[in-house]
Design a protein around this ligand. Structure first.
Ligand code: HEC
Length: 133
């Protein structure tokens, strides 16, 4: 369809409304229920930060900017504070990446963490990106 035929309201619905960022996730993750209320609580972010420092900071850096002490990785860890990255992602996608990793990169899946720990990490990762200037 020619996008010029769409009213601005329809475009907003198309681009923002239908969780476009999640449409290419595997079905299991596309349909996972996002605990929105939990993600908003400071406690989840704080627990997530502790987990992040323990498991993730080595590569992603203590402030999640992608500058960890671990060097010589085949691809650079994502800068999770980057507002552009944040715009393209979603809580479901972050959850998916933490569970399954990114194939072919040093980013392994973290199935050793349980679901609630994973959501705490999602809360933390979202909070660092939201703190963009
Ligand atoms: C051994 C190093 C390493 C560790 C440890 C690690 N990561 Fe990663 N991570 C990476 C790399 C490398 C990438 C970039 C992959 C790519 O090229 O997209 C990445 C990418 C990501 C992404 C972004 C993927 C995307 O959608 O673009 C997220 C979110 C992420 N990591 C979260 C975590 C969390 C949370 C932990 C801890 C539980 C963690 N990582 C631990 C190396 C690591």
């Amino acid at each position: 369809m020619d996008p010029r035929l769409l009213t601005p309201a329809a475009l907003v619905l198309l681009l923002g409304g239908c969780s476009g960022a999640d449409s290419d996730l595997p079905p299991k993750y596309r349909e996972v229920a996002v605990p929105e209320a939990l993600l908003q609580t400071p406690e989840a972010g704080l627990r997530g930060r502790a987990l992040f420092l323990e498991h993730c900071a080595l590569c992603h850096g203590e402030t999640a900017d992608g500058r960890g002490v671990r060097k010589n990785l085949s691809s650079r860890p994502a800068d999770l504070t980057d507002p552009l990255w944040r715009e393209r992602t979603s809580p479901r996608r972050i959850y998916f990446v933490i569970r399954e990793g990114v194939h072919g990169t040093a980013m392994a899946g973290w199935k050793i963490l349980d679901e609630s720990e994973t959501w705490d990490l999602v809360a933390y990762v979202m909070s660092v990106a939201d703190r963009s200037p």
